[in-house]
Design a protein around this ligand. Structure first.
Ligand code: TRP
Length: 455
């Protein structure tokens, strides 16, 4: 049986709602609004959505439960938790993978979050007024290919992220997440109402909800899997780290279910706000990473009070990004603090600076300021976005499933999920079966298929 670690010096989330706000804050972010919509747009719409939902509930939810188990059982950073639960085995490599993934993810994530701050300024100064869809598109392209502002905002955002992580989690982000996440939902619903009353809204809704499986490719399936992991913050130990701050009495299963549902509902609501507008304004659904930045400004122009809503929307987008980015940075900082014995403050600065440097190159690669530097036909930004979510996260998820399903095993899972007998577990058998067989095989199959092995 695996030992239960006591580590009483560590911080712990203060309440059940605090746990959900923090974990949902991590899950709900740019992934739900920015990434979900453009990946869905590039990968064929409704059919992608069906596969995505299958992955979220069939594989993502069991893995979220597993990450919480590892963290709460190990009571350390991702590397330390895995190591504590499996001493003298190579499983600690899983921890290193998570830390590497955190670097890559935050490097491009902070760039996109920086864009949302630029758009707060643009919205506040009423820059979208009376612009045609072409002009709005042009506005975005000329901004993102610049050098100074994208980097300035990206560094600003990294600074905010560092500030929150630096001052600990309890009184900062836990408190704000509780107010701001519900506000984000209300706002998206208002945008939904505007979007579905646009002329030809049905085209967008059909694109989103009418699956046409002939449009689905092997690559689209892989991207649905990667997107499920990315959106739920899985596969790199962010939720292992948060799990290590969850107290013994928390029901990990219900927490994971609530977080998964919240995350999925927000992604779908974002899709309902975006695609009708995409079709109404003649934007290509496959426009890529810039999709929301060229779609929403058009919608705001047509809304009563659009100016105010546009400011609010981009503020909330930035906030959603922030509650996610802190969970990524926390993975690295917790590792520095607990394994390398660096003080929290220094660890935060060190990690942020290293990641920021990486992020600058990411930002420059978009505007071709790196002399058209490409790997596998992708610029650095796209490369990091793809490698992390379509490769590292699924691989991390595969290893987590094997670790919890086979190595920790049924008894440990039962103890953690029943809180040593407090809760009845009717689903235990199916969960263990998914972790041992279904999830690893499905992930492996999607991988092999996408590299063309089955053809
Ligand atoms: N889930 C977040 C989003 O959707 C991003 C994120 C936060 C993340 N922590 C993560 C992605 C850990 C992968 C792994 O925007």
């Amino acid at each position: 049986m695996t030992p239960i670690k006591k580590n009483l010096k560590r911080d712990i989330f203060s309440s059940k709602f605090g746990v959900i706000a923090a974990a949902a804050g991590s899950a709900v972010g740019l992934g739900n609004i920015w990434k979900f919509s453009y990946v869905l747009g590039e990968s064929g719409g409704g059919a992608f959505l069906v596969i995505y939902l299958l992955f979220v509930f069939g594989i993502g939810l069991p893995l979220m439960i597993s990450e919480f188990i590892i963290g709460r059982r190990g009571r350390k950073d991702v590397f330390g938790s895995v190591k504590a639960l499996s001493p003298h085995t190579p499983w600690f490599l899983l921890g290193y993978m998570g830390i590497a993934a955190a670097f890559l993810i935050l490097a491009f994530y902070s760039v996109v979050a920086g864009w949302s701050i630029e758009y707060i300024v643009k919205a506040a100064t009423d820059s979208f007024a009376d612009k045609s869809p072409e002009q709005i598109k042009e506005m975005f392209s000329s901004f993102k290919s610049g050098v100074f502002w994208p980097i300035a905002w990206q560094l600003f955002f990294m600074g905010l992220t560092a500030f929150v992580v630096y001052s600990g989690i309890k009184n900062g982000i836990e408190k704000y997440a509780k107010i701001l996440m519900p506000l984000l939902v209300v706002l998206i619903i208002i945008l939904d109402i505007r979007a579905i009353t646009l002329p030809d809204a049905h085209k967008g809704l059909e694109f989103l909800f009418q699956p046409d499986f002939s449009k689905l490719t092997a690559n689209g399936i892989l991207r649905a899997l990667g997107q499920a992991f990315f959106s739920l913050s899985l596969g790199m130990g962010a939720l292992v780290t948060y799990g290590s701050y969850i107290d013994r009495n928390n029901n990990l299963t219900t927490t994971a279910i609530e977080v998964t549902i919240t995350d999925t509902v927000i992604a779908v609501l974002a899709g309902i706000a975006i695609f009708p507008a995409v079709f109404a304004f003649g934007i290509e659904p496959s426009a890529g990473p810039e999709l929301i930045y060229i779609t929403f400004p058009n919608v705001f122009q047509l809304m009563p009070g659009g100016h105010l809503f546009s400011i609010l929307f981009f503020v909330l987008l930035a906030v959603a990004a922030l509650t996610s980015s802190i969970s990524v940075l926390e993975v690295v900082v917790a590792y520095f603090v607990e394994e390398l014995n660096i003080k929290r403050h220094q660890a935060t600065i060190l990690a942020s600076v290293l990641i920021a440097v990486f992020g600058i190159f990411c930002s420059l690669s978009i505007g071709n300021n790196l002399g058209g530097f490409h790997i596998f036909g992708l610029n650095l930004f796209d490369l990091l976005a793809r490698i992390s979510s379509d490769l590292l996260l699924p691989l991390g998820g595969l290893l987590v499933a094997l670790f919890v399903g086979w190595y920790l095993g049924k008894n440990t899972i039962r103890e953690e999920l029943s809180n040593f007998g407090v809760y009845k577990l009717k689903f235990l058998k199916s969960l263990v079966f998914i972790l041992k067989f279904i999830a690893p095989l499905a992930i492996a199959a999607v991988f092999l298929e996408s590299i063309g092995l089955f053809n």
